[in-house]
Design a protein around this ligand. Sequence first.
Ligand code: SAM
Length: 446
Amino acid sequence: MAEATTQQVRIERMAYGPEAVGRLESGKTVFVAGAVPGDLVEVAVDRKAERYCNGHVSKVLEASPDRVVPECPYAAVCGGCPWAQISYDAQARHKRDGVVSALARIGRMGEERAEALVAPLVSPSAPWGYRNKVELAVVESGGRLSLGMHAADGSGVVAVKACKLLDKGHQGVVKSVAGALSYMANSHHLDLERVGVRVSTRTREVEVALWDRPGGFPRAAVAKVLADACKPTSVTRVMQKGPAKARKIAGQERLAGRGSWGEVVGAERMRVSAPSFFQVNTKGAEKLVELVMEGLDPQEDEEAMDLYCGAGTFTLPLARRAGFVSAVESYGPAVRDLRRNLDEARLDNVDPIGGDAGLEFPDTDADVIVVDPPRAGLAEQVVSQLSDQPARAIAYVSCDPATLARDLARFEEKGTFEPASVTPVDLFPQTFHVETVTILKRRAGR
Ligand SMILES: C[S@@+](CC[C@H](N)C(=O)[O-])C[C@H]1O[C@@H](n2cnc3c(N)ncnc32)[C@H](O)[C@@H]1O
């Protein structure tokens, strides 16, 4: 049956994505942008696929009790806060439900076991003003450069006066950096692909990272205009190669200041270079470290392993407590950051290994292990290698409930480790993303 272009839909739940889910008159699933579970809305259908449709709210007919007016005036047009129309309590409920559902279905645990395993969601930060990083999109049209936030409908950039997700003292930096660079582009050729800004209330450091391709670049003029706009402590240029998404870099140049960004996480001071991963929510990162340390309780006479370790968020606190740490990271800039952070912390009981976690899996017997892979989760080979370890516990930090659930099912098949707890942590309020810390314990007799 052909779907009408506008239909009344009762919204049932949130997807693990920006949209809410309901059913069209035909029974077909529709993913609706801007909706809240419990709403009765008029949906404008934008896209029809064989088994589902996508649409957006054209009118709210009956508002859900969980619907709120977003705190940010750009929420409807900017892609940064797709859940901003949902009250924070309801966001927290839907995130936990999403984790339970992934474990029950993809992890093949069943609803009852998943419900018992998943702890209440932990919210380490305020629901707004929690980010230490923002990434500005850049669009060139008719010889003019526009910088701003990615538009929710993918149609370019949204110019904003401030980003309410960014740390309170720095929300206006988006406008000053965007304004300064678009002004400069009137007189200089700037072939920017994106601009990253990292800020810290704790260290007062602000870094602007300009992502482009190798070639000529008005270094001094850019450094000067940014110094006037936002007094950064570091300005760097990151030259990419290959597809922009792959984030492979041909080189990095320090244009002004320190050439990296500093943050304090718990008791540790860390420096991170622009291309390296660092959690965007510092209080959230601290909560992850706390949950991992509580779950593993590393001892002085024990050996630890930290796979996908980045610049060392877990490596440093592990090295303070365990006798020795083998830390593996595949991305060159992050390995260099890790080495520098270990040097500055005067920690010499870590073996920093550059390479793929599976190929360079440490040739050692660990007592406790941390894994914190990207969204793709663990390679099947890594689950096997971990299952062959004599460790008493593994902390699995995940940013994707679906791949976590898949990997827990693989651990179950191997039979050595079983999950003792899964704690969802909200590092990304106003979005669908949810982080989890799973503690796996060695099964009795294994
Ligand atoms: C989610 S981040 C976690 C980083 C770090 N644990 C932290 O909290 O800051 C995942 C890290 O894994 C690294 N990575 C991605 N694929 C990898 C692989 N196959 N082997 C080792 N590291 C990898 C990425 O470069 C990134 O630094």
